[in-house]
Design a protein around this ligand. Structure first.
Ligand code: FDA
Length: 503
């Protein structure tokens, strides 16, 4: 017997979950959000909610005894990561055989840990990836709606040109220009007015204090300050934290039954709960949602889920790399953590790449230009259920990562040739690896729109079951994904509230 019932339940509080919660709450539908991570609103003994990247503590990562930062080493030395005590920290790195996936854990999901880059994809590529979605609706209504709600803004170009905090970006821009490559400003949800006050010394530093992947204490408009605050403001939305949904099934009357484990600060399960709902919105992110549905199908709790559940997963072509600049091309000891520019070679038919110019704030001059390349890697993988262990495994292979690496290399070989520079060999472990080919920030797919669902995120085979997160995106979107995920969720909610929930 379910211990708690709500007309609507939303699993996960990232972008897809936050949009669902707000729109359900505004429609007057009582909604419960279940989030496995914590609520990040209480300062620790140091007076701060989040810890810094330079002195990470237990708050940094999800139940680890050592941090696992994307850059493993500097000068091949194991100086980046730190011993920590296991705790429900804000950043997780989920390991599969040949790919690990960084995700945010907490009320706000990825918005708590990400770089804030709020990029709308080129319309032509969006249409290619989503042939069944009306692009006029997206570009006329849902992308603008998402950007307005997320608080997207842009760096003041004059300040950008003059501030020490973006010297690293200008140096990368110069190197790209020498290779004949176009760079473009990218918007962000970090409040650039706040950042300028940080630089002026009139506001507490956050982006200018190295804060990003373990959370920002100031300045960033994460979802807890935008969509989720508005959702709670409707009076119809409740959020339960540290509750992980582990199983989904359906009762005889067609309602959904969820099993959730409530954990404490040590990770121990302190309570197993059951919930019931009429409308179920899955928004645990590409990994979280896909895992729940693959398990439900293959253990027989939702046996009519289609074969497309678990398929069509990709990394958005992510590859990270560093270049070594000449001594006279400094990147500065002071670096803002919010990226504001990318090398845009996406329209190059031979080798489409969009590479964001990433910060590497180490507090001293290191002459490194760091990039997160988004390549048009066509490789896709599937998830499968392993009945002996009960685990859901991702079938991504090393060869599939090699495709992203080759594309990034083709672009940056050009940049190096034009500048007579070389790659850095010391950043991704002791083996002298140049390209980080084993992690992604942009997990996409697993329940692709129009394949595992109808054209609006309604899961095939089951009424009143929806997906609203990054699982819907077919493995690649060509830019940083959260604006697309948010806009698609807005489109789904508009349709579902108009058609499915009428009394
Ligand atoms: P998201 O992952 O945001 O939310 C899912 C939530 O569900 C999480 O809070 C999770 O804890 C919870 N959950 C999962 N399973 C659950 C379960 N079974 N029960 C209960 N809760 C569960 N993108 C971008 O556009 N610009 C950028 O600059 C960056 N930068 C960046 C940096 C880093 C370090 C990372 C890790 C990621 C980015 N991204 C990014 C990616 C972006 O953050 C990502 O695409 C979105 O957060 C995905 O949104 P979703 O709604 O799909 O899930």
């Amino acid at each position: 017997v379910p211990t708690d019932n709500a007309p609507a339940i939303v699993v996960g509080s990232g972008y897809g979950g936050a949009v669902a919660a707000l729109r359900l709450g505004q429609a007057g539908i009582r909604t419960l959000v279940l989030e496995m991570g914590g609520l990040w609103n209480t300062a620790g003994a140091d007076g701060r909610v989040f810890c810094s990247t330079t002195a990470p503590d237990q708050r940094s990562m999800w139940f680890r005894s050592r941090t696992e930062a994307p850059l493993a080493t500097f000068l091949w030395l194991d100086v980046v990561n730190r011993a920590i005590s296991p705790y429900p920290g804000v950043l997780d790195r989920v390991h599969h055989d040949h790919m690990s996936v960084y995700v945010g854990r907490g009320v706000g999901g990825g918005s708590l840990v990400n770089g804030g880059m709020a990029v709308t994809p080129p319309r032509s590529y969006f249409t290619e990836q989503f042939p069944g979605v009306d692009a006029d609706d997206m570009y006329g209504t849902y992308f603008p709606r998402a950007r307005a709600m997320l608080g997207v803004n842009s760096v003041d170009p004059a300040w950008f040109e003059s501030t020490e905090w973006y010297r690293f970006t200008r140096t990368s821009r110069k190197a790209a220009a020498k290779a004949g490559l176009r760079t473009t400003f990218v918007p962000n949800v970090y409040d650039f007015g706040y950042m300028q006050r940080e630089a002026a010394g009139t506001a507490t530093r956050s982006a200018l204090a190295g804060e990003v992947i373990y959370g920002n204490n100031h300045g960033k408009r994460s979802l807890d300050k935008t969509y989720l605050a508005a959702a709670l403001g409707t009076g119809n939305v409740t959020i339960h934290t540290l509750e992980k949904v582990i199983a989904v099934s359906r009762a005889g009357d067609g309602s959904y039954v969820l099993t959730a484990d409530r954990i404490d600060g040590t990770g121990a399960v302190v309570e197993r709960k059951q919930y019931g709902c009429t409308y179920l919105f899955l928004a645990g992110g590409s990994l979280g949602t896909t895992e729940l549905l693959v398990r439900a199908r293959d253990t027989g709790t939702l046996p009519d889920l289609p074969p497309a559940v678990g398929a069509g997963w990709g990394t958005n072509g992510n590859t990270m790399l560093g270049r070594a600049n000449h001594v006279w091309d400094t990147v500065g000891a002071d670096q803002a953590t919010m990226p504001v520019m990318g090398i845009d070679d996406w329209a190059n038919p031979d080798n489409p790449v969009f590479a964001e110019i990433a910060p590497l704030p180490m507090g001293f001059e290191h002459w490194i230009s760091l990039y997160l390349a988004i390549t048009r890697n066509p490789e896709r993988a599937s998830f499968s259920y392993d009945s002996s262990s009960g685990a859901v495994r991702l079938g991504w292979t090393a060869d599939q990562s090699a495709v992203s690496v080759a594309m990034a290399k083709k672009l940056f070989d050009r940049v190096n040739a034009a500048n007579a520079t070389i790659y850095r060999y010391d950043l991704f472990g002791s083996t002298g690896k140049v390209f980080a080919d084993d992690f992604t920030y942009h997990p996409l797919g697993g329940c692709v729109l129009g394949r595992a669902t109808d054209g609006y995120g309604r899961v095939k085979g089951y009424a009143k079951l929806y997906v609203t997160d990054g699982s819907l995106v077919p493995g690649s979107i060509g830019v940083n994904p959260f604006v697309t995920i948010t806009a698609l969720a807005e489109r789904t909610m508009a349709r579902v509230l108009a058609e499915d929930t009428a009394p």
